[in-house]
Design a protein around this ligand. Structure first.
Ligand SMILES: [Cu+2]
Length: 121
């Protein structure tokens, strides 16, 4: 399992997302979070974790192209349309609230398409 997580993270580091978080915590198992994007919401839209948990966030669209930007981090990726694969990012939150939002204009409700990761001590 540890080997698998490492392999996934190397591919993430290659596109410049979440690399710093990874190096600080190479020995830690990641908690997998799956998020599905569709017009005009993310499911789940609220994710609660313990602060310091290394998250492997797997993002997938159920319709068109969407974006995923996690405020306060350098995580900003584009999700391909339905059936065209997932995008994985690594994130290890300190205590706090981290809003995420769609960054690819996807229709009338685009600006309401957001959610939050809440990391508590
Ligand atoms: Cu959008």
């Amino acid at each position: 399992m540890r080997y698998l997580v490492g392999a996934l993270t190397l591919s993430v580091a290659a596109i410049g997302v979440g690399a710093t978080a990874w190096h600080a915590s190479a020995a830690q198992e990641a908690q997998v979070v799956e998020i599905v994007a569709e017009r005009f919401s993310f499911t789940p839209s609220e994710i609660r974790v313990k602060a310091g948990t290394l998250l492997e966030i797997r993002l997938e669209s159920d319709d068109t192209i969407h974006g995923f930007h996690l405020a306060g981090t350098d995580i900003d990726v584009e999700l391909p349309g339905r059936g065209r694969g997932k995008v994985t990012v690594m994130f290890q939150p300190k205590a706090g609230r981290y809003t995420f939002e769609c960054t690819h204009v996807c229709g009338a409700g685009h600006s309401f398409m957001r959610g939050v990761i809440v990391a508590a001590e």
